[in-house]
Structures are given as C-alpha cells and as structure tokens.
Ligand binder design. Structure first.
Ligand code: FAD
Ligand code: NAI
Length: 465
C-alpha cells in the first residue's frame, strides 16, 4: 500500500493533519495504537477533564449559589457514577466523531503501533502481533506526550495517580494531595474539591501557574484559597509511602530544610508531561531529539528529509489547539501551500472557576524585552452582567506597546475568560491596537465589556471605574 502521507498518532495534531491533507487531495493514512482516535486530549485529557469540571461546577453552584439566586432545590447529592458516565459518554461521542471524520475524508486508519523503518516506510504492529509495512512519500510524527514521572514515586493510578487516574476515581478522596500547581493540578484539584475533597497543592516554585502573568497568578491563587484549596509553595515532594490505604507524603522546602509529613487518601502527580517517542524507531532512522523532543525546522521537517513532526512531541506549548494548527500547517506545506502557525498568538486557558485565559506576552516578558509598555485593567466587580450572574471575581489586563499602542498581551481571570480571550487573539492576529479594541462597540450587558474597558483603561479613559 502506498500513500502520499502517513501520520503516526491521531491526537488533535495527527487527526487534524490527516483530514486537512485529504481535503487537499493527498492520499493519506493514519496509524494509531490506541483503540480509539483522539489521542490524549479526547481520551484522557481535555475532553474528560472538561466534562468533570463542568459537572462539578454545576454541583457546587447548586449547593452554594442557587439559594442566593432564589432557587431552592435543597442540598444537592452527588451521584459520582452518573457524573463519570457523563464524562465517559462525552469521550465516546468525541472519539467516535473523529473516527467518522477520518472515514468521511477517505483517510485510511490502521490500528497498531507505528515504527519508522526507513524514510518512506512505516511498519504497523497490531495488538495480535501481526505486522504490515506501508509505503509513503511523507511521514508526520504526531505521537504526543506522556506523564512526567516524579523520581522514586510509583504511579499505581489508585492511590498515587496521574491525570488519567484522577479523572476516574471511584470515590471522592477525603484528602487529595496534588504535586504541582500547574494546569492539571489546579483543574483536577478544583474538580475534587468541589465534590468534597480537602485539597492541598505542593508546588516547587514560589508561585502557581509558572508562565502565566504573575499578577494574574497571584489573584487567581487568592481566589482558589478562598474556595478552600491549600497551597504549600516553594516545596517539593521527596517521598510517597503507600502502605495500606492512602499515602504518607514527605514534603521538603525546595531550597533544603526540614521535611514535613502529610497524609493523603490520593496523591495526584502533575509535574508536567514529556514527549512520547518510544518504539518509533527514531534512532534507527537518525531523527534528532533535543531533551526528548523531536527537533524540527520552521517547516516542521526533522533532520531526515520526508519525516515531519508536530504537537506535544515538538517544541512549544503542549496544547491541543497548537497541535491542531501545526497539523493544518504541515498538511498545507506538503500540498505545496504556505502553511504557517503564529506562535505569538496561541491562547492558553485554565478551565477552573473563575477561568484564567491569556494570549501574547505576560507583563514580565514585556518588561524583560525592554519595550516601553502601558497597562489597562478592569475588574469584573464593576461589570453589570458579572454582578447579575454573581460572577464578579477577577479582572482583565491589557498590555500595549507604549509607543505604537499595539496590543502585546491580554490576560483575564474571570467567568468565561476562555471564551472572552478570543477577541484579543483575533485583534492581535491583525496587529491591532488597544484603541482598536476600545473603539469596537461591545454588546451590553456582557462580560466582554470588561475587555473593552480594560483597553480603554490603557489610555486612562475607562468609564465604569
Ligand atoms: P496526543 O493527543 O498525545 O496524541 C498522540 C497519539 O499518538 C496518541 O493517541 C497515542 O496513542 C499515539 N501514538 C503514540 N505513539 C504511537 C505509535 N508509535 N504508533 C501509533 N500511535 C502512536 N490541552 C488543551 O489545549 N486544552 C485542554 O483543556 C487540555 N486539557 C488537558 C487535560 C489533561 C488531563 C491532559 C493530560 C492534557 C490536556 N491538554 C489540554 C493537553 C493536550 O491533551 C495535548 O496538548 C494534546 O493532546 C497534544 O496533541 P498531540 O496530537 O500532539 O498528541
Ligand atoms: P505544568 O507544566 O503545567 O505544571 C507542572 C507544575 O509542577 C509546575 O508548576 C512545576 O513547577 C511543578 N513541579 C515540577 N516538579 C515538581 C516537584 N517535584 N514538586 C512540586 N512541584 C513540581 O504541567 P501539568 O499541570 O502536569 O500539565 C502538563 C501539560 O498539559 C501542560 O504543559 C499543559 O499545557 C497541558 N494541559 C493543558 C490544559 C489546558 O490547556 N487547560 C489542561 C491540562 C493540561
């Protein structure tokens, strides 16, 4: 069997790449070793975590916010198996949807582990051990990433869990200890806190969400603390013992010092993810890696002609939409078009309550670049719609170049921040200024008016503060 393109891995990077290539007339196949398509994101990542975040948020609202709105439904009861079924049904609908889309676009799907035996040759080893070798003009590696382990700590997915175990617990842990105050720790920590767990997050650095704007992270931490999450910053977990039920966890100051011991029913290890290239045969064909990541040029090509790579397995943020856009870009390049990804405008969202959303540079990054900048901020307490919905936590921060007024970064903590951030992304994609944003009519009453007011505040002309 001979193809124009074989994509290894059908996560958001791989399946989107295959569909775009097929749309452009390339004879395309995918190889996937999981039973279902969709990769980490659809099977055990973005989609199941958002199903649980939504359901647990509704559970908490019913208990805490409904009475203040005059809606009396009594104390809500948790049916965890039903909540997990909602998550599983959501995953099934999404992964089946990808299977359907591949078929619709006439992409051949092979189930099994893909190995590159030579440029232009991919061997597929099925679960039963049978193999077949496919010929192709180009190969795209889209094999994603896997959980980064904590040295000396074994993940059993029952007591010591990764995100995969944490989205499938069969009861609410009394005490959940989260290692790492990154996106996974805060999202899944929020889920289980809302459902009744006492949640403590241990973070190596002296702040949460490294990489996010500092001021945003600080205010967000205060909001999470108000919700009951405890933080132990500047500390690391040095040992986890799991004799009997639960775990005993040793926590040490990052700079050295006396360790403290904490008990937990479940420990969630969420200290990052690492690129996944096992069994791909990269050493054999000479594809270069750097700190585990496949090295690519600006056209997504590795050092071996005809072998390309995208998504979590290459440099850049480990985000589904970044992988998707790279998938589209490389497919377009392979079809002779000008595929491109603008890495300066990739939004990032933490899907907690409130959400945190960000696009472009943080204030710390702008400061470090030496560019003179101006900032406009607007709090949701001054937004009518936010008050009407009792969602007035958080603020919008717009950072613009002080000389040209070009928007360099927008950061939002607030209800629905993950949806609001896209007007900033579109603006930045067009090289827009804070004045462009400030002069754009925004519907009233909406949360998005706070984005406009923050842009107006860059020139100190916000109306409602
Ligand atoms: P993956 O989705 O990891 O897919 C790679 C696929 O390749 C897998 O299906 C794997 O089985 C297959 N594969 C690997 N090796 C082989 C082989 N040799 N042969 C055949 N197949 C192979 N990102 C967001 O943007 N938003 C979110 O809300 C979000 N939430 C997340 C929540 C969690 C709990 C986790 C863990 C991650 C989350 N992410 C989120 C990150 C997101 O899942 C990844 O960035 C995204 O899945 C990367 O896509 P990918 O296509 O590069 O790889
Ligand atoms: P992360 O990189 O976001 O956070 C890991 C945190 O663990 C960091 O704050 C780090 O300082 C800390 N840490 C590292 N070693 C430690 C130690 N020994 N002790 C204590 N703390 C330690 O990684 P996370 O949360 O595991 O997520 C992995 C990836 O998945 C992220 O890169 C993210 O992009 C992606 N993801 C995205 C989501 C989204 O877009 N909403 C949701 C979930 C995951």
């Amino acid at each position: 069997m001979s193809y124009d393109l074989i994509v290894i891995g059908t996560g958001p990077g791989g399946y989107v790449c295959a569909i775009r290539a097929a749309q452009l007339g390339l004879k395309t196949a995918v190889v996937e070793k999981r039973k279902t398509h969709g990769g980490t994101c659809l099977n055990v990542g973005c989609i199941p975590s958002k199903a649980l975040l939504h359901a647990s948020e509704v559970f908490e609202e019913a208990g805490h916010d409904f009475p203040a709105l005059g809606v009396m439904v009594g104390k809500p009861e948790l049916d965890l198996p039903a909540m997990m079924k909602h998550k599983d049904d959501t995953v099934a609908a999404n992964v089946n949807g990808v299977g359907f889309l591949l078929k619709k676009n006439k992409v051949d799907a092979f189930h099994g582990a893909g190995t590159i035996v030579a440029p232009g040759q991919v061997k597929v080893t099925a679960e039963d051990g049978s193999t077949q070798t496919l010929e192709t003009k180009a190969i795209v590696i889209a094999t994603g990433s896997d959980v980064a382990p904590l040295p000396g700590v074994a993940i059993d997915e029952k007591v010591v869990v990764s995100s995969t175990g944490a989205i499938a617990l069969d009861k609410v842990p009394g005490k959940l200890l989260v290692v790492g105050a990154g996106v996974i720790g805060l999202e899944l920590g929020s889920v289980w806190r809302r459902l009744g767990a006492e949640v403590t997050v241990v973070e190596f650095l002296d702040r949460i969400l490294p990489g996010m704007d500092n001021e945003v992270a600080k205010q967000f931490q205060r909001l999470l603390e108000k919700q009951g999450i405890k933080f132990i910053l500047g500390n690391k977990v040095s040992k986890v013992e799991t004799a009997g039920a639960g775990a005993t966890v040793s926590v040490e100051p990052a700079q050295g010092g006396e360790a403290q011991t904490l008990d937990a029913d479940v420990v969630l290890v969420a200290i990052g993810r690492r690129p996944y290239t096992e069994g791909l045969g990269l050493e054999q064909v000479g594809v270069a890696l750097e700190r585990g990541r496949v090295v690519i040029d600006e056209h997504f090509q590795t050092n071996v002609p005809g072998i390309f790579a995208i998504g979590d397995v290459v440099r850049g943020p480990m985000l589904a939409h970044k992988a998707e856009d790279e998938g589209v870009a490389v497919a377009e390049i392979l079809a002779g078009k000008a595929g491109h990804v603008n890495y300066n405008v990739i939004p990032g969202v933490v899907y907690t309550q409130p959400e945190v959303a960000s696009v472009g540079q943080t204030e710390e990054e702008v400061k470090a670049s030496g560019v003179a900048y101006a900032i406009g901020k607007f709090p949701f307490t001054a937004n009518g719609r936010a008050r009407a919905m009792r969602h007035s936590d958080g603020f919008v921060k717009v950072i613009a170049d002080a000389n040209t007024d070009r928007v360099l970064g927008v950061h939002i903590v607030g209800y629905g921040a993950g949806e609001m951030i896209h007007e900033a992304a579109v603006l930045m994609e067009f090289g827009g200024s804070s004045e462009d944003l400030a002069r754009t009519c925004h519907a009233h009453p909406t949360m998005s008016e706070a984005v406009k007011e923050a842009a107006m505040a860059v020139e100190k002309r916000a109306i409602h503060i």
